[in-house]
Design a protein around this ligand. Structure first.
Ligand code: PNS
Length: 168
């Protein structure tokens, strides 16, 4: 049983994330999509809401499990018996951070491989941050995120206070 963890903020999940989940589900026996309770970022959505968007949009894939995790990714990966960490690599700009994280995770847990998936070209420019910026300024994001997340973004940015916050 080859189990992979796909960790991330998923704040909110985009079609790029869903594309990576789909690809990983074809390669690994089981994919655990793990939303970080606290990444090194301010989250727009609480973890339960981020999980809900993931469940609604990817919960139907039989070998995909959606959970939250806290603490070090390597500890979570070890506790689940994972052989790999999945990450999406969109462009060269992702590379430096991903390379650093992959090497650090390997140092902390040598048995864990990081495997990169390249999302469909149509999604290579997508990020949760840029989608939030569009939603914050009143743009239509339904081409970039699942319906539930688009509705969540619209509701979130319905107040002047939320619109005044720069997207993280
Ligand atoms: O979607 P993101 O924000 O790029 O995901 C980053 C995430 C959650 C994968 C990363 O911050 C993480 O693994 N956090 C858990 C804490 C940890 O293990 N940090 C050390 C990573 S080398």
């Amino acid at each position: 049983m080859r189990l992979a963890i796909y960790p991330g903020s998923f704040d909110p999940v985009t079609f790029g994330h869903l594309d990576v989940i789909q690809r990983a589900s074809l390669i690994f026996d089981r994919v655990v999509v793990a939303a970080a309770v606290h990444a090194q970022k301010h989250h727009t959505f609480g973890v339960e809401e981020r999980l809900e968007f993931l469940r609604v949009s990817a919960g139907h894939i039989p070998n995909v499990e959606i959970v939250k995790f806290e603490g070090l990714l390597v500890d979570f990966a070890r506790s689940r018996g994972a052989v790999a960490v999945v990450r999406g690599l969109r462009a060269v700009s992702d590379f430096e951070f991903e390379f650093q994280m992959a090497l650090m995770n390997r140092r902390l847990f040598p048995g864990l491989e990081t495997v990169f998936f390249t999302p469909k070209e149509d999604y290579s420019y997508l990020s949760s941050r840029i989608v939030k910026e569009i939603a914050r300024l009143g743009g239509d994001v339904r081409a970039f995120v699942p319906e539930c997340a688009a509705t969540g973004l619209k509701a979130h940015f319905s107040t002047p206070e939320a619109r005044a916050q720069p997207s993280s």
